[in-house]
Design a protein. Sequence first.
Length: 560
Amino acid sequence: MLSKINPDEIENSLISKSQRELIRRYSTTNIEKPSLMARFNIVQTKAHLPAKGLDPKLAYEMIHDDLTLDGSPILNLASFVNVHTEPDSQRLIEENLTKNLADNDEYPMLIELQNRCIAILGDLWHSEEAIGTPTTGSSEAVMLGGLAMKKNWQAARRALKRDISSPNILMASCCQVALEKFARYFDVECRIVPVSDNNYLINYDEIKPLLDENTIGIFVIVGSTYTGGFEDVAKISQILDEYEAESGYSIPIHVDGASGGFVAPFVYPDLKWDFQIERVKSINTSGHKFGLVTAGLGWILFRDKEWLPDELKFQLDYLGGVEESFSLNFSRPGYPVVHQYYNFMRLGRKGYTEVFNNCLTNARILSCFLEETGWFKCISNLHLPVGMMTNNRGSWELSQNEGQLANHEKFNPALPVVSFQFNEAFMEKYAEIPQVLVSKILRNKGWIVPNYHLPKTFIPKDGEQAPAVVGNDEILRVVVKFDLSSQLLDKLMHDIVDIVENLVGSIDMVKEHLKHQGKASNSTLIYNMLLSISQGGDSRLIQFKDQKTADDQHGFKAVC
């Protein structure tokens, strides 16, 4: 077995012995940038604080050069986080970079902008009495929404002199990890509701059996991270109404609108999912996703001040004035709030609507394109008529979408997210091609498109065994954001086709060659070829020779 190599040790050993000579030689010939020469001085301490600092320009160049190895944020189609900023918003960010949002007394106008943003969100979500706070993201906001449900449940139970030791909360198996974190971090039993195998959103029939007197609430997801689909908040509220009529227990809803909280008000204005539904007590969203702010901003709004428990409120006076806080974090940058307010003023309702119209239309174009290739099936349902399930389409055909792709009322409400997988026919013919290769080869071309497992449609109970997975349970996912222009979308579609054609052509070539040689399929041969392609090789590098050499009795030769 090979011994483990430490590149830093070898590099340090080589450079430390010739440090002065390297610096002298490179500085006189001007071959290297000054920032790279600076590395000769600190290469031994790149993971430690150097004894002496660098010139600021050298430090900048050195770090700047390191960061060029990162992927392009615009080509990162895995993330929901916004990466677009305008020059004017960047100026405001720079001007307010050092302001602390926790310091209300020092920055009163910053706090005023914060309150205006909360009022705007309250208006979008149909509650003039909403109270809220900015957070570092939806993860912190979800924690606060969950804590409010827990504290209110405890208060109600205490008033009846009942036990409060075993709270539980419901969420679908397609939930984002922050929801599960809340349950684990704050000692609440997490009851996972399986998703339906028709659309991979919460299975409504499985909700009621999981409810009891200790249920503090249910997280409902408006914008699944897997497929972009919206869970039906009104339908879940109706189920909870029925349960309350049967049991007497009232179960509140917290809406996880990390992305959908911004998309829904603008492109699905008639959809009831927010504070219009009485049972919805709190909503979170991410300003740094479809709020179009740079990373680091979330929002949590409570229906009214009565729903926010006093136990979550703190009054502070050590920054110069009396301040009330009910967030988990304290000090945090103020510029994301400035950026959010800039977007509200700059775009307005019309601007946000146009941005999301474009994103959704492009996402539907991509969905239809992928299915038209004959290789893929879309698991996301934003390109399907309202009410149609992903795995229950009947006689519907893609051609029925013609001329309708920008008409959102005709389609299932969803985020501009495209989740897709190899279809059954493709997998049957080319079982040798793992779907993850598409993701890996796209990465070689600069795109970041994840491939991962679908959420669980069955949650085993004690003593039960989960059934074996049948068919393809993996998806590739593309988040169609503001920056994915028509030109980039066109390039993405061409790259996907080129990749699959390359893989298919290579498999066909190997099978045809083996057939002429009178040999059975060779899985090792195919594996090595696919490995070569996934690592940047090309099918054109694979050559077959009819003549056999003395040293190699195989008719196949591959360059890996």
